[in-house]
Design a protein around this ligand. Structure first.
Ligand SMILES: [Zn+2]
Length: 157
């Protein structure tokens, strides 16, 4: 059974967004592993998406700020690296939001980025891998042969 405080904390976490993809919350991303209440201190356990992803420091800061603003002044963030985060932990709702934002969602068929990832704009599969690295290391850059729009693909791992 979740306590009232625990429920409130999860609600706060559900509103914290990813600084790189502001439409996704950290719970959509599936990076929150757990919440512990140690007396008056809140511990949030997270698993970073990509090791060394600079966004993680900002995420940790945003979590603490959101908790502070919601009446939890004392908090700490613990990173757990094992088991490693995989794109499988991303929620279905998260994948839909990603597509609506114009980024192709991770797809097991494209573990290794190659031509043919579905275009988030026109849903064509006539797409071409332009670069293995898009706007960030976690994404690959594609170009659609039909609508001619470039787009990012959130790489699977
Ligand atoms: Zn297209």
């Amino acid at each position: 059974m979740m306590s009232t405080a625990e429920k409130k904390i999860w609600q706060v976490l559900e509103a914290v967004t990813d600084p790189e993809i502001p439409v996704l919350t950290i719970t959509d991303m599936g990076i929150v592993r757990g919440v512990k209440i140690n007396n008056d201190e809140i511990e949030v356990i997270i698993t970073p998406t990509y090791t060394g992803c600079p966004a993680m420091d900002m995420i940790a800061m945003n979590i603490r700020l959101a908790l502070f603003e919601n009446g939890f002044p004392k908090s700490k963030i613990t990173s757990v690296l094992s088991p490693a985060w995989t794109t499988d932990w991303m929620s279905e709702a998260g994948k839909q939001k990603l597509k609506a934002y114009g980024i192709a969602a991770p797809d097991k068929k494209f573990m290794i980025a190659k031509d043919g990832v579905e275009c988030p704009q026109c849903h064509s599969v006539h797409t071409k891998l332009v670069s293995e690295f898009g706007s960030t290391a976690c994404k690959a850059l594609y170009q659609c042969n039909d609508c001619k729009e470039p787009f990012d693909y959130f790489k699977c791992h």
